[in-house]
Design a protein around this ligand. Structure first.
Ligand code: NAD
Length: 248
């Protein structure tokens, strides 16, 4: 099949937290849709092995550090010529109870999940604003939309904050042809879900109207949609991917 028929052919994407789980699946989905991809992660070994299988440029990145983030993004721009699609996916997902969250853990989760995504939106936003086009996609969570004890309160707060950030950047960047949208998954088969153990997994599954867990490829397909020409009129929106667990 000719690659020019693919929805993202000729496009370049930058995915944070691409070393495992949804980030790795998203990178694969973007490549399969025709994009060239920069895969960034704090764990270079892991992201190199994903890049070796998916194709693409592996880069070390700690999203908490704005200067390092800018340098890493600039490397992708120098390598590919530009970045058209930014996926802010890197996160920590602790399940610590409200009563046990230390101030250090609170700060770390907010620094990765919220501050890191803010840097990602701002760095990519500046680049895309200058080019008059671009797509930013933020991985938030159902935990930011609805109360849940499956993940920690700091995680929920970071994801709710990311929904607000998505709207702020969408408003700011709309006049420049850049769309900014959020994807809110829940209960997707991933290392984070596996870490919950079989008993908790059963409880989670019982609460999903579609009666099964989501697949990483289904999250990747939603990212490809948001990055594709089909979603050009969509900005500041949140796409729910939760098997009907939360309807609004
Ligand atoms: N798995 C789910 O069911 C689910 C549900 C809702 C939302 N999400 C969201 O989807 C995204 C991916 O989830 P996942 O389950 O694949 O997570 P995961 O924990 O399996 O993977 C996260 C990746 O981020 C990387 N990372 C962590 N800290 C980093 C940092 N400071 N800088 C750069 N990279 C860093 C990790 O090395 C890892 O490769 C997250 O934003 C998560 O909140 C996942």
């Amino acid at each position: 099949m000719s690659t020019t028929l693919l929805p993202l052919s000729g496009r370049v994407a930058f995915v944070t937290g691409a070393g495992q789980g949804l980030g790795a699946a998203i990178a694969r989905g973007l490549v399969e849709a025709g994009a060239r991809v920069a895969l960034a992660d704090i764990d270079l070994g892991k992201v190199e092995s994903v890049a070796a299988s998916v194709g693409g440029l592996a880069l070390p990145l700690d999203v908490r550090d704005e200067r390092a983030f800018t340098e890493c993004f600039d490397k992708a721009v120098a390598h590919f010529g530009a970045v058209d699609i930014m996926v802010n996916n890197a996160a920590r997902t602790p399940t610590t109870s409200i009563w046990d969250i230390t101030s250090q853990e609170w700060d770390e989760v907010l620094a990765i999940n919220l501050r890191g995504s803010f840097f990602g939106c701002r760095i990519a936003g500046r680049h895309m604003r200058g080019r008059g086009e671009g797509r930013i996609i933020n991985l938030t969570s159902m935990a930011g939309q609805q109360a849940s004890t499956a993940t920690g309160a700091h995680y929920a707060a970071s994801k709710a904050g990311l929904l607000a950030l998505t709207r702020s950047f969408a408003q700011e960047l709309a006049p420049h042809g850049v769309t900014v949208n959020a994807l809110a998954p829940a209960a997707i088969l991933s290392p984070a879900l596996e870490a919950m153990g079989p008993e908790r997994q059963q409880t989670v599954k019982a609460g999903i109207p579609l009666g099964r867990f989501g697949l990483p490829e289904e999250v990747a397909a939603a990212v490809v949609y948001l990055a594709s020409p089909a979603a050009a009129f969509m900005t500041g929106a949140t796409l729910d991917l939760n098997g009907g667990r939360f309807m609004r």
